[in-house]
Design a protein around this ligand. Structure first.
Ligand code: SF4
Length: 315
């Protein structure tokens, strides 16, 4: 993460000016009500930073985050609290965000009681309802987080998020730490909740395979920039950007694509010193002179399909 890079640089005695680190650079992302947007890229591409900004946890140094069309920064105290409650974040490691000294009932019931979403008298039933929704047996609510498996702990995290009645969930690598079979269960749970509660999702993952069946729209990020954005079917049927095509080659189930592309070669460069021009050029098999000096604009190449690659200019 950017934090980690900054700390490492400090430890090594390297001076880093904050203003030269652009974890997210010129990104314009919109998520419409009821939509599931998959945000994909390798670790270090800025997708988590973007997710935190969207969730209102981290303010952007430049630019704005609009919530129902209004600037988050300009909201009054009560409105800002409302926006914060309505947008909940689900993290990769629920254990790190669950207080180990609290029982599950307290973890799930704390915020709705504090915010007055439910009276003390009804809290017990309310907690049971959230646990059931998240697929957990309410009989287990007197237990502590360490008494649960990874998948169950993620369900506790989801129950806690649901308890404040959100309409927007930002899921940051929410299934990355789980076994594949448990991943599928949690992904199904997200989809069930979408139908039941009319939820909107920003689903952040390094794995295109994870977002494939979940997303209405997919946004691909590389080193702080959006390189491609399209309806999900379009991204998988007609990927345009060389980076997207290389990422798709790594989705193991898609044999034909695997033959056509060799995957993403090399490491993602440091966001402290991104390559000029198209950030992807050192790893791109199609790079030419212009790519090394000029940033490609994100252009519409088909209705709702945008890509940032100079190759599209020649087409
Ligand atoms: Fe590759 Fe050039 Fe397109 Fe970047 S702009 S993806 S380097 S061909």
């Amino acid at each position: 993460s950017l934090d980690f890079a900054a700390k490492l640089a400090k430890r090594l005695g390297v001076k880093v000016r904050e203003d030269v680190v652009h974890a997210v650079d010129g990104v314009n992302l919109s998520v419409r009500k009821g939509e599931v947007v998959g945000l994909v890229g390798e670790s270090g591409c800025g997708k988590s930073t973007l997710g935190r900004m969207v969730a209102g946890i981290m303010p952007p140094t430049d630019g704005t985050v609009l919530w129902h069309g209004r600037d988050l920064k300009a909201l009054s105290g009560a409105e800002a609290r409302q926006a914060k409650l309505r947008t909940q974040m689900i993290f990769q490691d629920p254990y790190a965000s669950l207080n180990p000294r609290l029982k599950v009932a307290e973890i799930v019931g704390e915020a709705p009681a504090f915010h007055g979403l439910v009276g003390r008298g009804g809290l017990d039933d309310y907690v049971d309802e959230q646990l059931r929704r998240a697929g957990l047996d309410p009989a287990l609510k007197r237990r502590y987080p360490h008494q649960f498996s990874g998948g169950q702990r993620q369900r506790i995290g989801i129950a806690r998020a649901l308890a404040v009645q959100p309409d927007f969930l930002v899921c940051d690598e929410a299934v990355a730490a789980l076994d594949v079979s448990i991943q599928a269960q949690i992904l199904n749970l997200f989809m069930k909740l979408r139908r039941e509660l009319d939820l909107t999702y920003l689903f952040i993952s390094h794995d295109l395979g994870v977002v494939e069946h979940l997303s209405d729209r997919v946004v691909i990020m590389y080193l702080g920039r959006v390189v491609e954005e399209a309806p999900a079917e379009e991204v998988f049927a007609r990927p345009n950007h060389p980076y997207t095509r290389a990422l798709l080659a790594e989705v193991p189930r898609i044999e034909a694509r695997k033959r056509a592309f060799a995957g993403v070669k090399g490491e993602i460069p440091s966001p402290l010193n991104p390559p000029p021009g198209c950030h992807f050029h050192p790893r791109c098999p199609h790079a030419f002179d212009r790519c090394r000096v000029e940033r490609p604009a994100l252009r519409e190449i088909a209705p709702g399909h945008r890509s940032a690659c100079h190759l599209n200019d020649a087409a």
